[in-house]
Unconditional design. Sequence first.
Length: 210
Amino acid sequence: MSINEVIEVLENGDSVKLKEMINEWLEEGLDPNDIINNKLLVAMEDIGARFKQNLLFIPEVLVSARAMNAALEILAPNLSADDPSYKGKVVLGTVKDDLHDIGKNLVKMTFKSNCFEVIDLGIDVSEEQFIKAVKEHKPQIVALSALLTNTLHQMELVIKKLKSEGLRDKVKVIVGGAPVSEEFANSIGADGYAPDAVSGVSLAVSVTKS
Protein backbone atom coordinates (compact mmCIF):
# COMPACT_ATOMS: atom_id res chain seq x y z
CA MET A 1 0.00 0.00 0.00
CA SER A 2 1.66 3.21 -1.18
CA ILE A 3 2.02 6.38 0.84
CA ASN A 4 -0.07 8.14 -1.82
CA GLU A 5 -2.97 5.84 -0.93
CA VAL A 6 -2.59 6.75 2.73
CA ILE A 7 -2.51 10.46 1.83
CA GLU A 8 -5.65 10.09 -0.28
CA VAL A 9 -7.55 8.27 2.48
CA LEU A 10 -6.50 10.87 5.08
CA GLU A 11 -7.27 13.80 2.79
CA ASN A 12 -10.75 12.39 2.15
CA GLY A 13 -11.26 11.93 5.88
CA ASP A 14 -12.22 8.29 5.33
CA SER A 15 -11.91 7.04 8.92
CA VAL A 16 -13.47 3.68 8.12
CA LYS A 17 -10.99 2.91 5.35
CA LEU A 18 -8.10 4.21 7.46
CA LYS A 19 -9.04 1.94 10.37
CA GLU A 20 -9.23 -1.01 7.98
CA MET A 21 -5.74 -0.19 6.69
CA ILE A 22 -4.34 0.07 10.22
CA ASN A 23 -5.89 -3.24 11.29
CA GLU A 24 -4.38 -4.89 8.19
CA TRP A 25 -0.94 -3.48 9.03
CA LEU A 26 -1.23 -4.67 12.63
CA GLU A 27 -2.28 -8.15 11.46
CA GLU A 28 0.76 -8.18 9.16
CA GLY A 29 2.90 -7.54 12.22
CA LEU A 30 3.88 -3.93 11.53
CA ASP A 31 5.12 -2.05 14.57
CA PRO A 32 2.62 0.66 15.68
CA ASN A 33 5.42 3.24 15.77
CA ASP A 34 6.35 2.41 12.17
CA ILE A 35 2.73 2.83 11.16
CA ILE A 36 2.61 6.24 12.78
CA ASN A 37 6.03 7.55 11.76
CA ASN A 38 6.42 6.04 8.30
CA LYS A 39 2.85 6.13 7.10
CA LEU A 40 0.43 8.36 9.02
CA LEU A 41 2.78 11.21 9.93
CA VAL A 42 4.37 11.22 6.46
CA ALA A 43 0.87 11.60 5.01
CA MET A 44 -0.03 14.36 7.48
CA GLU A 45 3.20 16.18 6.66
CA ASP A 46 2.24 16.13 2.98
CA ILE A 47 -1.20 17.52 3.82
CA GLY A 48 0.37 20.16 6.06
CA ALA A 49 2.83 21.20 3.35
CA ARG A 50 0.03 21.65 0.83
CA PHE A 51 -1.97 23.65 3.36
CA LYS A 52 0.98 26.04 3.72
CA GLN A 53 1.08 26.36 -0.06
CA ASN A 54 -2.65 27.25 -0.07
CA LEU A 55 -3.43 24.08 -2.01
CA LEU A 56 -5.60 22.84 0.86
CA PHE A 57 -7.72 24.83 3.28
CA ILE A 58 -8.77 24.66 6.93
CA PRO A 59 -11.93 22.53 6.40
CA GLU A 60 -9.86 19.94 4.53
CA VAL A 61 -7.18 19.92 7.22
CA LEU A 62 -9.89 19.46 9.85
CA VAL A 63 -11.29 16.45 7.98
CA SER A 64 -7.81 14.94 7.76
CA ALA A 65 -7.09 15.62 11.42
CA ARG A 66 -10.34 13.94 12.50
CA ALA A 67 -9.47 10.84 10.49
CA MET A 68 -5.95 10.84 11.92
CA ASN A 69 -7.29 11.09 15.47
CA ALA A 70 -9.61 8.16 14.80
CA ALA A 71 -6.61 6.18 13.58
CA LEU A 72 -4.56 7.05 16.65
CA GLU A 73 -7.35 5.79 18.91
CA ILE A 74 -6.66 2.31 17.56
CA LEU A 75 -2.92 2.68 18.12
CA ALA A 76 -3.13 4.60 21.41
CA PRO A 77 -2.97 1.51 23.68
CA ASN A 78 0.46 0.79 22.21
CA LEU A 79 1.84 4.29 22.81
CA SER A 80 3.36 5.87 25.90
CA ALA A 81 5.80 8.62 26.80
CA ASP A 82 8.57 6.06 26.23
CA ASP A 83 7.60 5.47 22.62
CA PRO A 84 9.46 7.37 19.89
CA SER A 85 6.16 8.51 18.34
CA TYR A 86 5.19 10.43 21.47
CA LYS A 87 6.27 14.04 21.02
CA GLY A 88 5.32 15.60 24.34
CA LYS A 89 2.55 17.18 26.37
CA VAL A 90 0.89 20.52 25.59
CA VAL A 91 -1.35 22.61 27.83
CA LEU A 92 -3.60 24.59 25.49
CA GLY A 93 -6.16 27.32 26.04
CA THR A 94 -7.75 30.52 24.77
CA VAL A 95 -6.79 33.32 27.15
CA LYS A 96 -9.06 35.08 29.66
CA ASP A 97 -11.93 37.22 28.27
CA ASP A 98 -11.67 35.55 24.86
CA LEU A 99 -14.44 33.09 23.99
CA HIS A 100 -13.21 31.95 20.57
CA ASP A 101 -12.46 28.28 20.20
CA ILE A 102 -12.48 27.35 16.49
CA GLY A 103 -8.79 28.10 16.02
CA LYS A 104 -7.91 26.49 19.34
CA ASN A 105 -9.84 23.36 18.45
CA LEU A 106 -8.04 23.10 15.13
CA VAL A 107 -4.73 23.41 16.97
CA LYS A 108 -5.82 20.70 19.39
CA MET A 109 -6.80 18.28 16.63
CA THR A 110 -3.67 18.98 14.62
CA PHE A 111 -1.39 18.49 17.61
CA LYS A 112 -3.14 15.27 18.65
CA SER A 113 -2.94 13.93 15.12
CA ASN A 114 0.81 14.52 15.26
CA CYS A 115 1.27 12.51 18.48
CA PHE A 116 1.25 15.28 21.07
CA GLU A 117 -0.74 14.77 24.25
CA VAL A 118 -3.02 17.81 24.60
CA ILE A 119 -4.55 19.15 27.82
CA ASP A 120 -7.26 21.48 26.55
CA LEU A 121 -8.29 24.06 29.16
CA GLY A 122 -10.94 25.54 26.89
CA ILE A 123 -11.77 29.24 26.49
CA ASP A 124 -11.60 32.25 28.82
CA VAL A 125 -8.68 30.66 30.71
CA SER A 126 -7.14 32.78 33.45
CA GLU A 127 -3.44 32.94 34.26
CA GLU A 128 -4.17 31.08 37.50
CA GLN A 129 -5.79 28.23 35.56
CA PHE A 130 -2.76 27.95 33.29
CA ILE A 131 -0.46 27.86 36.32
CA LYS A 132 -2.55 25.17 37.99
CA ALA A 133 -2.47 23.07 34.81
CA VAL A 134 1.31 23.42 34.46
CA LYS A 135 1.81 22.31 38.06
CA GLU A 136 -0.59 19.40 37.68
CA HIS A 137 0.30 18.09 34.22
CA LYS A 138 3.96 19.15 33.90
CA PRO A 139 3.82 19.81 30.15
CA GLN A 140 6.73 20.65 27.89
CA ILE A 141 4.68 23.35 26.16
CA VAL A 142 2.05 25.94 27.04
CA ALA A 143 0.12 27.07 23.95
CA LEU A 144 -1.83 30.33 24.23
CA SER A 145 -4.52 31.38 21.77
CA ALA A 146 -6.14 34.81 21.36
CA LEU A 147 -8.53 36.01 18.67
CA LEU A 148 -9.26 39.47 20.08
CA THR A 149 -6.78 42.33 20.06
CA ASN A 150 -7.93 43.47 23.49
CA THR A 151 -7.07 40.08 25.03
CA LEU A 152 -3.49 39.94 23.76
CA HIS A 153 -2.19 41.37 27.04
CA GLN A 154 -3.48 38.24 28.79
CA MET A 155 -0.72 36.25 27.06
CA GLU A 156 1.90 38.46 28.67
CA LEU A 157 0.20 38.08 32.06
CA VAL A 158 0.41 34.28 31.77
CA ILE A 159 4.13 34.46 30.99
CA LYS A 160 4.74 36.86 33.89
CA LYS A 161 2.80 34.54 36.20
CA LEU A 162 4.89 31.58 35.07
CA LYS A 163 7.99 33.58 35.97
CA SER A 164 6.71 34.64 39.38
CA GLU A 165 5.77 31.03 40.17
CA GLY A 166 9.24 29.80 39.17
CA LEU A 167 7.83 27.78 36.28
CA ARG A 168 8.98 29.75 33.25
CA ASP A 169 12.17 27.78 32.69
CA LYS A 170 10.25 24.49 32.90
CA VAL A 171 8.01 25.09 29.87
CA LYS A 172 8.14 26.54 26.39
CA VAL A 173 5.41 29.08 25.63
CA ILE A 174 4.06 29.35 22.09
CA VAL A 175 1.37 31.78 20.97
CA GLY A 176 -1.01 32.17 18.06
CA GLY A 177 -4.24 33.72 16.83
CA ALA A 178 -5.39 36.25 14.26
CA PRO A 179 -4.04 39.41 15.98
CA VAL A 180 -0.78 37.78 17.11
CA SER A 181 2.49 38.42 15.30
CA GLU A 182 6.07 37.24 15.66
CA GLU A 183 7.02 40.74 16.79
CA PHE A 184 4.39 40.63 19.54
CA ALA A 185 5.49 37.14 20.60
CA ASN A 186 9.06 38.34 20.95
CA SER A 187 7.99 41.43 22.89
CA ILE A 188 6.24 39.39 25.61
CA GLY A 189 9.00 36.80 25.90
CA ALA A 190 7.24 33.88 24.23
CA ASP A 191 9.38 31.07 22.81
CA GLY A 192 7.66 31.14 19.46
CA TYR A 193 4.75 32.20 17.27
CA ALA A 194 2.83 30.18 14.70
CA PRO A 195 0.43 31.69 12.16
CA ASP A 196 -1.62 28.49 11.86
CA ALA A 197 -2.16 25.09 13.43
CA VAL A 198 0.09 23.19 11.03
CA SER A 199 2.95 25.61 11.62
CA GLY A 200 2.26 25.26 15.34
CA VAL A 201 3.17 21.56 15.20
CA SER A 202 6.50 22.31 13.52
CA LEU A 203 7.14 25.05 16.08
CA ALA A 204 6.31 22.76 18.99
CA VAL A 205 8.67 20.09 17.74
CA SER A 206 11.37 22.72 17.31
CA VAL A 207 11.06 24.35 20.74
CA THR A 208 10.97 21.04 22.59
CA LYS A 209 14.33 20.19 21.05
CA SER A 210 15.90 23.55 21.94
